[in-house]
Design a protein around this ligand. Structure first.
Ligand code: FAD
Length: 422
């Protein structure tokens, strides 16, 4: 246990990780593997063992079982030297004394503090948001509440046509619920992909009976007797609904670090290539960390929300704590599964990229290469795992296709380069 009076004993080797999600657990596991010489304490505010988040909008939503998928088994935690403290929330950081305070009032010292607190589902700020039957989907508690409300539900409105909203829409259609997706941007997935892939997913959802309305805002969530009954759109159309799902992004959980004067703001904590914050001995990793990103359109700092990014950050900090030099980061990777179709992305597609389709999007089983200044900046692969696998090294190397025909021809394999560090 790392409950200490920091004045009485050395805590220099003690690593305290706040947040037992994908990033925090990956770091704890990496430190154990590296035989870290000091104590590793992992504090998470959820009451359960750490679990995987991606299944929440996928099989745990439409499947028969809603049991969380653990990131590591109970036996792992029993045998592991990691001190796992669940159900405890860290509310303050004192960078001078190198301590944190929990909501329960205990003080925990650290040599290195790693903030891995992820984020919360963003509120939509609409009238009626507080009504019963209105849901967000970020954690297992949200999933349990939504599943309970889906019993007997016939109609749902999903606000937001990003990954979370569309995966939820697909799950609800699988359950036989009539779904309308309302997206204020002119197309679905506009923040994360190009127009070709957006078009494919729009057609896929429409083909499954989803009423997709893009370029349309929601003015209010309507209700009666405290319960949601539908939404009113900006053009005054009313859509009845038994359940409303709000999927409009997330807000990083950073207030305690910002209050401790780490550089950053409500949009994320600023970190360097090794995930160091501006506070001595304090790192931030995963969804809450904003980092210069060589694959972003202008190379600026940004937050990346993906399991792959959480793992990369965890590896970077494990190396930094062990005194090892940083590895070159790999390009960001994402995936999404809807109606059994799998989208895998490497790199960060930008609106100004030239799109080159490999295969016919109308038939599925295609990829889109994104060229920036003539080089491969990103690739989306829909049910083309081979393209995705090859593209990782190509995007990392900023490959310049010698012949655009190679890219456009789905029957010709992308070249194989030695994979970069992942
Ligand atoms: P989290 O996993 O959110 O973990 C942070 C943890 O810290 C949480 O348990 C939180 O409760 C805890 N915490 C917060 N504040 C405190 C505090 N003060 N004290 C103690 N504990 C605290 N990514 C993909 O790549 N592919 C997918 O298909 C995919 N699907 C997703 C589906 C859903 C429904 C969601 C929500 C996300 C999905 N993601 C997906 C994104 C991915 O899950 C996140 O990028 C990843 O979980 C980020 O890991 P993290 O550790 O930074 O944050």
């Amino acid at each position: 246990m790392t409950e200490v009076n920091p004045d009485e004993r050395s805590v220099v080797n003690e690593v305290l990780i706040v947040g037992a999600g994908h990033a925090g657990v990956a770091l704890a596991v990496a430190l154990v593997k590296a035989d870290h010489p000091g104590t590793v304490t992992l504090i998470g505010d959820e009451p359960c063992l750490p679990y995987e988040r991606p299944p929440l909008t996928k099989r745990l939503l439409y499947g028969t079982s809603a049991v969380a998928v653990p990131l590591r088994s109970a036996e792992y935690w029993e045998r592991s030297p990691v001190v796992l403290r669940t159900g405890e929330r860290v509310v303050a950081v004192d960078p001078e004394r190198r301590t944190v305070r929990t909501a329960g009032g205990s003080t925990v010292g650290y040599g290195s503090l790693v903030w891995a607190a992820g984020g919360r589902a963003a509120a939509c700020g609409l009238p009626g948001e507080e009504l019963h039957g209105v849901h967000t989907l970020r954690d297992h508690g949200d999933l349990t509440a939504l599943r309970a409300d889906l019993t007997g539900a016939r109609r749902a409105v999903v606000i937001g046509g990003g990954y979370i909203g569309l995966e939820a829409a697909a799950a609800l259609r699988t359950l036989g619920v009539a779904v309308t997706v309302v997206e204020v941007a002119p197309r679905l997935l506009a923040r994360v992909t190009g127009s070709v892939v957006s078009g494919f997913f729009t057609a896929l959802h429409r083909g499954q009976g989803v009423d997709v309305r893009s370029g349309t805002g929601v003015a209010a969530i309507l209700g009666r007797d405290g319960r949601a009954t539908g939404v009113r759109l900006g053009d005054d159309t009313t859509l009845p609904a038994d359940v409303v799902i709000v999927g409009v992004g997330m807000r990083p959980t950073v207030a305690a670090l910002v209050a401790a004067r780490a550089r950053g703001d409500a949009g994320g904590i600023d970190v360097d290539a090794e995930c160091r914050t501006s506070l001595p001995g304090v790192y931030a990793i995963g969804d809450c960390a904003r980092q210069p990103n060589p694959w972003s359109e202008h190379g600026g700092a940004m937050r990346v929300e993906s399991v792959h990014n959480a793992g990369q950050h965890a590896s970077a900090v494990a190396r930094a704590i062990a005194g090892l030099p940083p590895l070159d980061p790999a390009p960001p990777r994402f995936w999404s599964t809807q109606y059994g179709r799998e989208l895998r992305t490497v790199g960060l597609p930008a609106p100004t990229d030239e799109q080159v389709a490999r295969g016919d999007p109308a038939l599925g089983d295609f990829s889109v290469a994104y060229l920036r200044d003539g080089r491969l900046a990103a690739l989306d692969a829909v049910d083309r795992p081979r393209d995705f696998a090859r593209a990782q090294a190509l995007v990392a190397a900023r490959w310049c296709p010698p012949d655009p025909e190679v890219l456009a021809s789905p029957d010709r394999d992308l070249p194989r380069l030695t994979p970069a560090a992942t």
